[in-house]
Design a protein around this ligand. Structure first.
Ligand SMILES: Nc1ncnc2c1ncn2[C@@H]1O[C@H](COP(=O)(O)OP(=O)(O)OP(=O)(O)O)[C@@H](O)[C@H]1O
Ligand SMILES: [Mg+2]
Length: 358
């Protein structure tokens, strides 16, 4: 009789998928390196434990294991979500095979279901954005109301101050007034997307891109090359042109700012690309066609510590940045049944805007 554990299993450590071999009680008798990575624990720790005990919802594993023990199948494939205490759930493609070893009869292969992980991540981001928006809007209103009062009071106070000799006091009131004005500007930007109703008309996306191009070139006239890579067959669509310009401009503006060192060297490049994409999922809805727009720069990339948060308000990696540009851009694009995604590494940052077409 075969004893699989006495054979050489070292080669399995080279596999990308996780492989686990279970004994007749469903306990883990072997795990390859990928399994340790996936389970985020070492074989030493879970050796001899029942696989189903590692998860909150292990019942499904128990029942599949029992079916395997009764030889109801030789091989079974299934998508499964396994939940763990205090960690992200694992979304997996699982293959359970019955093998010819009486002591270790079940081999399980697990691979992360990347598509599902991505969908879940997008869903989380979407929920979070929604909650954020609500919070910001309420907070901005709360700040806005007393702010006028504070500024007004400081002005009155200043008028009451006797003339000479009290310059110091006037400096204090000026600080209050200036800081109130700064906050006012911030709050106005926070509330901007909620203030003006959308003005919808026929939009040609290339007019939007061309406007952004000329605005960026006006600000960065030297050392920045803007490459236009347009698919001129793209259809017009219904949208708010000013909002779209603002969204694309915010992204392109960040890129140009990140390119500053390369602009100085003279090899900064910004690519504006327009394409059509088919069969796209945006915010859990599937669309047959979508605009697929890219703003790509060859700058240093987004700092690792910001990467997951760049679309959050007030997150900035720039001196003097208010961290609202991408938040606003995302809001505007979402109002067009779209989404902005970002991929970035040193030398290549690609902001992708998807907008659903009817
Ligand atoms: N193309 C890019 N390359 C490198 N970093 C980027 C890029 N785009 C965005 N970032 C980073 O993301 C941060 C957030 O951008 P965002 O536009 O939201 O805010 P900001 O530019 O800091 O301020 P604001 O746009 O409100 O003036 C930036 O500060 C920057 O660190
Ligand atoms: Mg910005």
């Amino acid at each position: 009789m075969l004893n699989i554990l006495s054979t050489s299993l070292g080669g399995l450590d080279l596999l990308a998928s996780a492989v686990l071999i279970l004994d007749t009680q469903g306990r883990i008798a072997y795990a390859n390196a990928a399994a340790e990575t996936l389970l985020d624990s070492s074989f030493k720790v879970f050796h001899g434990q029942r696989l189903s005990d590692l998860f909150i919802n292990g019942e499904r594993l128990v029942s599949i294991f029992e079916q395997a023990m009764q030889r109801q199948f030789d091989e079974k494939r299934e998508d499964i979500v396994l939940e763990r205490v205090g960690r992200h759930a694992l979304h997996l493609n699982m293959v359970v095979s019955v093998i010819d070893d009486p002591d270790h009869p079940v081999l399980i292969e697990l691979r992360e279901n990347v598509q599902q992980v991505k969908l879940d991540r997008e869903e989380r981001i979407l929920d979070q954005t929604q909650a954020n928006k609500e919070l910001i809007r309420n907070l901005a209103h709360e700040i806005k109301n007393p702010l006028g009062g504070i500024r007004g009071a400081a002005q009155l106070l200043e008028l009451e101050l006797p003339g000479q000799g009290l310059k110091d006091l006037r400096e204090y009131t000026q600080v209050i007034i200036k800081e109130s004005d700064r906050l006012q500007t911030l709050v106005d930007r926070l509330l901007a997307p909620h203030r003006r109703p959308q003005i919808v008309g026929d939009v040609n996306i290339h007019e939007v891109f061309e406007r952004v191009r000329s605005l960026i070139l006006a600000e960065f006239p030297q050392g920045l090359k803007i490459v236009r890579d347009y698919d001129l067959s793209l259809p017009e669509f219904r949208g708010d042109k000013e909002q779209l310009i603002q969204a694309v401009l915010n992204i392109a503006h960040n890129a140009a700012q990140a390119l500053a060192p390369r602009i100085a060297q003279g090899d900064a490049e910004l690519v504006l690309r327009t394409r059509i994409a088919r069969s796209i999922t945006i915010a859990k809805v599937r669309y047959r066609l979508a605009l697929d727009l890219h703003i790509i720069d060859n700058g240093p990339g987004i700092p690792a510590e910001l990467k997951d948060r760049i679309f959050y308000p007030l997150v900035s990696g720039r001196d003097g940045g208010s961290g609202l540009g991408l938040t606003l851009a995302q809001t505007f694009i979402q109002q067009h049944s779209g989404v902005i995604e970002c991929e970035s590494r040193p030398g290549l940052t690609d902001f992708r805007i998807l907008i659903a077409l009817p």
